[in-house]
Design a protein around this ligand. Structure first.
Ligand code: BMA
Length: 316
């Protein structure tokens, strides 16, 4: 039995795995949980991040406006399924990730600069006031994802260097910082290996700590004759040296399949940006953007994922 290291989340959204379902990750029956109609000024609301917050849940949501500018707004929920989104824009940019470290909520996101995208970093204690820190990278980078605690006394950030466009390549790296300002000790983490992820890979939700591994969900991209197809994979990283990929599933765990994942502004996209993990039960709720149009929810457990990765391991 794998143990999740972290707090219990008694109100974690949850549905049991459908009987006979053969895969380790299953979808919420009420998907999508947030549609493009949740905010009147939105063209679409998708790749978004959530965390437990004061007994409820708080989130930062990617909203592409009807001007097609990209902004982030906050939102709150009692049950992790029904969300009240704010109309106030907190930052420009996209693909937010949230990470709580010692009672402080850190936001990393794809920040837009005249020179290309960088990883923006900001923090809040109340989801009302935000303090922006130095950018964690120079252009061009995306998919900046913090680990939820210091490792070896330092903050660690997963990152994916890329180009200014719809990058046709991409490996995951990580880097360290003593203070969230100066970043160094860069390490390679992983490249695409299997066909479903062959174009590029990028870190997804904040990694989940278990007794044996860091569980990292990530997205992998395949290029078909109709363009990119985004799916979610899983890898198990060394606890002390998290650039070491100990195990990794050879197939995706969740790929475009349902209509809301296959049809939308960008078809065939499953793009995970957040996961809630309940240490009391081992249950995990994954939040993902569907077809660059809406937010959807899927479930698994630490055991389901880890057993699957170990049984389909292509790391060695
Ligand atoms: C990536 C990011 C994601 C998006 C995906 C599919 O490059 O921009 O925000 O979901 O493309 O369009």
């Amino acid at each position: 039995m794998a143990t999740i290291i972290g707090n219990p989340i008694p109100n974690l959204p949850w549905q049991e795995k459908p009987q006979g379902f053969p895969y380790p990750v299953w979808r919420f029956g009420g998907n999508p949980i947030i549609t493009r109609d949740n905010l009147f000024f939105a063209n679409s609301i998708f790749n978004s991040a959530v965390v437990p917050f004061r007994g409820r849940f708080a989130g930062v949501f990617r909203v592409d406006l009807r001007t097609r500018d990209q902004v982030l707004v906050t939102g709150f929920s009692d049950d992790g399924v029904h969300w009240q989104l704010s109309e106030r824009r907190i930052f420009e940019g996209y693909d937010p990730r949230l990470c709580e470290i010692d009672g402080v909520y850190y936001l990393t996101w794809v920040k837009l600069t005249p020179h290309g995208t960088v990883i923006g970093v900001a923090y809040t204690e109340n989801f009302a006031q935000w303090t922006e820190l130095e950018e964690a990278s120079y252009p061009v980078a995306r998919n900046g994802v913090l680990f939820p605690r210091k490792i070896g006394g330092e903050y660690v950030l997963l990152i994916r260097p890329c180009d200014r466009g719809h990058t046709p390549y991409g490996d995951i790296f990580l880097m360290h910082s003593p203070d969230l300002t100066y970043w160094g000790k860069h390490r390679f983490v992983m490249s695409p290996v299997k066909n479903w992820e062959m174009t590029k890979v990028g870190a997804g939700p904040t990694p989940i700590e278990t007794d044996k591994y860091w569980l990292m969900f990530y997205h992998g991209v395949l290029t078909s004759c109709n363009g990119f197809s985004y799916s979610m994979g899983a890898a198990l990283l060394d606890k002390n040296e998290p650039w070491k990929v100990l195990h990794r599933a050879d197939s995706f765990l969740l790929g475009p399949h349902e209509t809301y994942e296959c049809v939308g502004d960008v078809p065939n996209v499953v793009f995970p940006c957040a996961a809630l993990a309940d240490s009391a039960t081992g249950r995990i709720a994954v939040y993902y953007g569907a077809a660059d149009t809406s937010v959807a929810l899927a479930f698994t457990t630490a055991d389901d994922v880890i057993d699957y990765v170990l049984a389909h391991d292509c790391a060695q």
